[in-house]
Design a protein. Structure first.
Length: 244
């Protein structure tokens, strides 16, 4: 953020006692600290999990809206088709998985600079749904949400929405997604590990007990990312906290 000279100058001119910087995740706060910001705080994006769950479409209706079969294994990639989210990796590994499971579908929701390339290289079972204003309502359509984001992913709001909906998430082992998902995520580093995570999700070996997963995910969202949790963080800062 402070790579530009003008931003560095503004940061130095703004007195610490009148300005405080916050990051939406611990990795962002660490980046701010590395850039010279003194004592940045963490104020994550909040989410209304109850509203998300109440707005979910039934599985069959959600799948019909996306044009995928009821009996398919469906993986969703939600977000901009941008290099930092590495949709090409998702496409490449899914093609290998699809060779084992011809019923599998990979659904991309979002647009971006890589959308033409994704469209050109998409094989069987790949659905490019484009921008959907009802993306959150369709979270029940997926057996898993997949994130191949690189280290530049600061937070991952789509992952948080999936967590709130009780939809399992498979994510690249990066600080941003880990901050959001915690112990509720299924992580990978190599393509071989991602392939294994897809197989596990298809075999229902992860999460091992879906009802328990939903409860754990709900507790995490309530504890860390609810509006009440954000209000508590603000109160913890206090008036004096902005001066120290």
């Amino acid at each position: 953020m402070f790579a530009r000279l003008s931003r560095r100058i503004r940061r130095r001119l703004w007195a610490p006692r009148t300005t405080r910087f916050a990051g939406v995740s611990a990795p962002v706060a660490e980046d701010l600290r590395d850039a010279g910001v003194r004592s940045p705080v963490v104020l994550p994006n909040p989410i209304d999990a109850a509203r998300i769950r109440a707005g979910l479409k039934a599985r069959g209706g959600a799948r019909a809206a996306l044009g995928v079969p009821d009996d398919a294994f469906v993986v969703g990639v939600i977000g901009r088709l941008h290099p930092k989210k590495d949709p090409m990796r998702a496409l490449d590994v899914f093609a290998r998985y699809r060779a084992e499971d011809h019923t599998a579908h990979l659904v991309f929701i979002g647009t971006g600079p890589l959308q033409d390339r994704v469209a050109r290289e998409a094989g069987d079972g790949v659905v490019l749904a484009g921008f959907r204003s009802d993306a959150r309502e369709l979270l029940g359509a997926y057996d898993a949400i997949l994130s191949c984001s690189t280290r530049s992913e600061a937070f991952g709001l789509a992952l948080l929405e999936a967590l709130a909906a009780g939809t399992p998430v498979i994510a690249a082992d990066q600080p941003g997604p880990r901050f959001v998902l915690g112990q509720c995520g299924s992580y990978f580093q190599t393509d071989a590990e991602l392939l294994a995570r897809l197989r596990d999700a298809r075999a229902r070996r992860w999460p091992p007990h879906h009802a328990d997963y939903v409860e754990t995910a709900t507790q995490r969202v309530t504890r860390e990312f609810s509006e009440d949790a954000l209000a508590f963080r603000y109160r913890a800062l206090g008036v004096g906290g902005w001066d120290r």
